[in-house]
Design a binder for this molecule. Structure first.
Ligand SMILES: NC(=O)c1ccc[n+]([C@@H]2O[C@H](COP(=O)([O-])OP(=O)(O)OC[C@H]3O[C@@H](n4cnc5c(N)ncnc54)[C@H](O)[C@@H]3O)[C@@H](O)[C@H]2O)c1
Length: 241
């Protein structure tokens, strides 16, 4: 239930609460503040880079610096997953990586289906970086019969009319909505009724989901507006000085 391709910008969005709808559901979501969840994904990425470089231990200062946060923020965030490290010794990289992955639910087998095979849906389906982070894109749907059957990456676009059957057959447990706003709620309802309770929506519309369904909304336009606001403030001389 978190933005998994978290950049420092995404973390700012999570902190300001502008880019997300409320998160319902999982234990982790109830216990760890959303901004901390977003930062945990950044620590995980930094830890995995250290792992691939063969680094076995890391100090909180080094991990904090690699993640772009203060040491105290890092320590507080890691306390949510119950991992404190050892004074003077630091954190064991592999252990901490596994621990954060488990807390974020990344040890599960996530199978992602994309609904909408337009510009965005196709770009997401072709992106090769999800699999290495534990997300297997297993299906892509569209309602346009001119698009159904087309190849996108190694997938073939399925007919949205068959969505329930294909979701079941592929075992998809996450759905990405890359659809026009006016159809998003109806499709979202079908996805929920089909038993998929983790949904990431790019559609520029507020969606309603029942309790127990995790819904995240990606809104790049809002993020750009926030950036514009900060850029403008940085250019405006401080009137109070
Ligand atoms: N949040 C963001 O940052 C962000 C960025 C880009 C686009 N978007 C939004 O993402 C959505 C997709 O954008 P796009 O550029 O790919 O649009 P697009 O028009 O290229 O693609 C939309 C696709 O959805 C399909 N579709 C329509 N109704 C459908 C249905 N009921 N079931 C299945 N498929 C259906 C269409 O046939 C089309 O192929 C839009 O709502 C857009 O506003 C959001």
């Amino acid at each position: 239930m978190t933005s998994l391709d978290s950049t420092p910008q995404a973390v700012q969005g999570a902190e300001t609460g502008h880019s997300t709808q409320p998160v319902h559901g999982t234990e982790a979501a109830k216990q760890i503040p959303p901004a901390a969840v977003a930062r945990l994904t950044i620590y995980l990425r930094a830890l995995n880079t250290l792992l691939s470089d063969g680094v076995e231990r890391v100090s909180s200062e080094s991990l904090a610096e690699a993640s772009g946060v203060s040491s105290s923020t890092l320590r507080k965030d890691l306390s949510y997953v119950g991992s404190y490290g050892t004074r003077g010794v630091g954190y064991e990289v592999q252990y901490l990586s596994r621990h954060i992955s488990a807390a974020l639910g990344l040890t599960h087998d996530w199978k992602v289906a994309i609904v909408g095979a337009g510009n965005l849906g196709k770009a997401l389906a072709r992106y090769g970086g999800f699999e290495s982070r534990g997300f297997d894109v297993v299906a892509i749907f569209d309602a346009d019969q001119m698009v159904v059957g087309n190849e996108v990456g190694w997938l073939r676009v399925s007919d949205a009319a068959d969505m329930e059957a294909v979701l079941q057959r592929t075992g998809a447990n996450m759905v990405v909505l890359a659809l026009p706003a006016h159809v998003a709620q109806a499709v979202c309802d079908r996805v929920v009724a089909a038993g998929v309770h983790s949904i990431l929506s790019f559609a520029p519309v507020m969606l309603q989901v029942p309790e127990g369904v995790n819904l995240r909304k990606v809104d790049m336009a809002t993020e750009l507006q926030i950036l514009a606001y900060h850029a403008q403030r940085a250019q405006t001389p401080d009137q109070t000085a």
